[in-house]
Design a protein around this ligand. Structure first.
Ligand code: SF4
Ligand code: SF4
Length: 199
């Protein structure tokens, strides 16, 4: 374009010094499913079979419930790592060496519970119990409200309440899910250990 063609008084535009004239266009990557390996199918089939075989050889992580009880220790150990002390399931009230509840009805767990699911009514301990002044007359825990946070266990000064690996059980009524003192004392006998497991 001459100066006259471009317009009077305007300088002609500079020719582009590095314009790519014969540069080959880049090959676009193959679309998913269009590569040779994808079209042959075999690599994908082998890969899938390998993954299946890997999982087939691993121990099962499921329980054939209800044919096999999930509350049997061996089953639960295998399926959910029952021995994992960090698992927070249903509570127990811990017994002392004489078979009495360790709870001294201090109400700390009840105060710490964010879900307000613990209800305790204290009463004076029997005169022959020289190691405490009070014990719970009523101790109720509503498992439906519980969020299994473990605050009650942390708040207890005498390791009287523990969360155990026993997990939620089906029930036919809401009242069945409110555990009283007797039920809490017998809830998971295996967890009646002298020492609280390390977490
Ligand atoms: S685990 Fe948490 S919500 Fe459940 S009773 Fe204890 S403090 Fe309350
Ligand atoms: S379980 Fe522990 S914190 Fe709760 S009332 Fe009994 S002694 Fe106190």
């Amino acid at each position: 374009m001459t100066e006259a063609e471009h317009g009077a008084g305007l300088p002609a535009p500079e020719p582009q010094a590095h314009a790519p004239e014969h540069e080959a266009p880049l090959e676009p990557p193959p679309e998913p499913g269009k590569s040779l390996a994808d079209r042959l199918y075999v690599p994908a089939i082998v890969q899938g079979l390998g993954k299946t075989l890997k999982h087939f050889l691993q121990p099962k992580a499921t329980v054939e419930y209800p044919e096999r009880s999930i509350y049997q220790k061996e089953e639960a150990d295998r399926a959910i790592g029952h021995e994992n002390a960090r698992y927070r399931g249903e509570h127990i009230l811990v017994k002392d060496a004489q078979g009495r509840e360790k709870c001294v009805a201090c109400l700390l767990c009840m105060s710490a519970c964010p879900a307000l699911c613990i209800y305790i009514e204290p009463e004076p301990a029997p005169a022959e119990w020289k190691d405490r002044e009070r014990r719970p007359k009523v101790f109720e825990l509503d498992m439906l409200r519980c969020i299994y946070c473990g605050y009650c266990e942390e708040a207890c000064p005498c390791d009287a309440i523990r969360l155990t690996p026993k997990f939620y059980q089906p029930s036919s009524s809401r009242t069945e899910r409110v555990y009283d003192k007797t039920r809490l004392l017998e809830n998971n006998p295996e967890w009646q250990r002298p020492q609280r497991p390390k977490k």
